[in-house]
Design a protein around this ligand. Structure first.
Ligand code: OAD
Ligand code: ZN
Length: 243
């Protein structure tokens, strides 16, 4: 029989994507975008090949996004997810976002599947540290090679520990909540399928239909900053969410 309600203290696994930060003013990857950068394809900006071909262009794009994210604030959707973490008996938030807004909203049990945009590391040796963003592209103080942002690009493996932890949470959760992802990029997109196959309830928050929508027990076709505070309010006041 299909379970029909979820409760605040359930074991929660949350997967987020760019949509959760949309209302903080951070553009998503596959819808909209900025006029300034839309003439470049994502392959030119977020792949090792694109970086090798034009490190200056790629760095200019990242520095532009860093500035935008520094000025952005977490929105009510980020804050609502931090509240679920407070009442859940077990909780993990896996995000594909690199903006750090979940942490700024108070989320603690979080895995960054695609890295963090504010990290810098050498593309050749093990150096990590601060760079001068006004002199691009930055070069490694240890070996002179190009420094790159600490994010995962297309074709690169995800940080292994983060992915393992997310898979573990997906396998053992009772409620899997997917927010603001087009669910097109693997392996992150498979995590909710793992949860669902193990019998978890699947909730989706996304104004648009995604490949996960047909699997969901409940879909909220609303912006995250609206749907998530309402969902948390229901959990907090009624002590349950009927599906
Ligand atoms: P996408 O840009 O592919 O998808 C954003 C999703 O958010 C879409 O499904 C939108 O419908 C939805 N959305 C838009 N506004 C929303 C709102 N206010 N509330 C809720 N949902 C909203 O972003 P991701 O799925 O995160 O990877 O993309 C996955 C990965 O592809 C990214 O992490 C990045 C990208 O290339 C790397 O850089 C490796
Ligand atoms: Zn180096």
């Amino acid at each position: 029989m299909k379970p029909s309600l979820c409760e605040p203290f359930d074991r929660w696994f949350v997967l987020t994507g760019a949509g959760v930060s949309a209302e903080s003013g951070v553009p998503t990857f596959r819808s909209g975008g900025s006029a300034l950068w839309s003439r470049y394809r994502i392959e030119e900006l977020a792949t090792p090949e694109g970086f090798a071909a034009n490190p200056l262009l790629v760095w200019q794009w990242y520095v532009w996004r860093r500035e935008l994210i520094r000025r952005a604030e977490p929105n009510p959707g980020h804050l609502a997810l931090a509240r679920i973490e407070e009442f859940a008996s077990d909780f993990l938030l896996a995000t594909q976002n690199v903006d750090g807004l979940h942490q700024r909203a108070g989320s603690r049990r979080i895995e960054e599947l695609h890295g963090n945009i504010f990290l810098n590391r050498c593309s050749r040796c093990t150096w990590e540290g601060e760079i001068d963003e006004s002199t691009l592209p930055p070069l490694c103080p240890e070996c002179g090679s190009l420094v790159r942002p600490g994010v995962v690009w297309f074709g690169e493996p995800l940080p292994e520990a983060a992915l393992r932890a997310a898979e573990r949470a997906a396998r053992s959760c009772r409620v899997c909540l997917v927010v603001g992802t087009s669910a097109l990029v693997e392996p992150a997109a498979s995590l909710p399928r793992i949860a669902k196959a193990r019998g978890a309830l699947l909730l989706e928050v996304n104004p648009e239909e995604t490949p996960l929508s047909p699997l969901a027990d409940r879909t909220y076709r609303l912006p995250a900053a609206q749907a998530l505070p309402e969902l948390v309010e229901t959990l907090a006041t009624k002590g349950r969410l009927d599906l």
